[in-house]
Design a protein around this ligand. Structure first.
Ligand SMILES: [Fe+2]
Length: 312
């Protein structure tokens, strides 16, 4: 087993890279590189890119996960079905091992990709709760425009056997169960939320959700934005563009507790803005819930366009 450090990027394909770049810019990312055949977009955190789109018929290619060390990269090359260590011949460089998860999607385990300086983000402060000292004598004035995407935080993979899919990620990448939802009985598990294992360090409530569905694919990608204002400003911006399909939100989830807002990219892949997640360390047992409990804490219930969505 390798314990991956975090999710790093998604790899998609789309027929029109100009349209994809325009959407991702309006969604709050910044171009890191564009080659003759692919688009690389970054966020404000110090990652070279978090979103790759290759030119071609629309499809979900796979996901990249970062490793903490060269030793972990060497260990990754020993995983069942793994490639040898190879140089990454793409902007940002680095080295990788790749393999396929049970539904055939490509999983890249990477180390040594360039880490550019973070991009500036607007100040974030709220005089709420018992702490009224966060912003003293300063008016809050927000600039209109896209959200500021920080990083990719999680993906949701749909498959006919979500337990088998999750077990693969546990066995090979070290993911730990956070929440398990079941239909009727505990042996009918329909949604398994998992996090990375960084020992005593607190991490996002989930880096993956393995959900049940008739056919395998990607339900959505979850990108962290700066704060709640940033999420709402981005919602306003995307709405004002009048060319993007809003899918679901704004609301606050149960699992992970984050505030969410979902939008469709030009090739019908759901991209989520989220902020304010729960964090967990590696200790503790997963929480079990009947599936009926999987609903928002506030906001509209999920529409079928979201629940049934799969991008293959
Ligand atoms: Fe999500």
């Amino acid at each position: 087993m390798v314990k991956v450090h975090d999710i790093a990027y998604v790899r998609l394909a789309a027929p029109d890279l100009d349209a994809q770049e325009q959407f991702l810019t309006d969604f709050g990312m910044v171009r890191a590189a564009r080659t003759a055949s692919a688009l690389y977009m970054r966020g404000t955190d110090a990652h070279h890119h978090l979103h790759i789109t290759e030119q071609g018929p629309a499809r979900f290619v796979g996901l990249g996960y970062s490793l903490a060390s060269e030793d972990d990269l060497a260990a990754a090359a020993q995983l069942p079905g793994a490639s040898a260590i190879e140089q990454i011949d793409e902007p940002g460089g680095g080295r990788r091992v790749w393999l396929r998860e049970p539904n055939g999607y490509r999983i890249e385990l990477v180390h040594g990709i360039a880490t550019p300086a973070p991009l500036p983000v607007p100040p974030s402060s709220m005089n709420i709760g018992t702490d009224r000292s966060a912003r003293v004598g300063v008016a809050k004035r927000l600039a209109k425009g896209p959200s500021h995407v920080k990083r990719l935080g999680h993906c949701v993979l749909v498959s006919p056997n979500p337990r088998a899919t999750f077990d693969w990620f546990h066995r090979n990448l070290g993911f730990l169960e956070s929440d398990i939802f079941y239909a009727g009985a505990r042996d009918r598990q329909v949604a398994i939320f998992g996090r990375v294992d960084r020992g005593a360090e607190f991490v996002d409530h989930h880096v993956i959700l393995c959900a049940g569905g008739e056919r395998a694919g990607l339900n959505h990608l979850g990108f962290e934005v700066h704060d709640v204002d940033d999420l709402l400003l981005g919602h306003d911006h995307l709405r004002r563009c009048e060319r993007y399909q809003h899918v679901w939100g704004i609301g606050r989830h149960l699992s992970g507790s984050h505030v969410f807002d979902y939008w469709m990219d030009p090739s019908q892949r759901i991209h989520e803005h989220w902020t304010d997640t729960d964090t967990l360390d590696a200790a503790g047992e997963p929480n079990w819930h009947p599936i009926e409990e999987l609903r928002s804490q506030w906001g509209d219930p999920a529409p079928l366009t979201f629940i049934k969505h799969v991008s293959a």
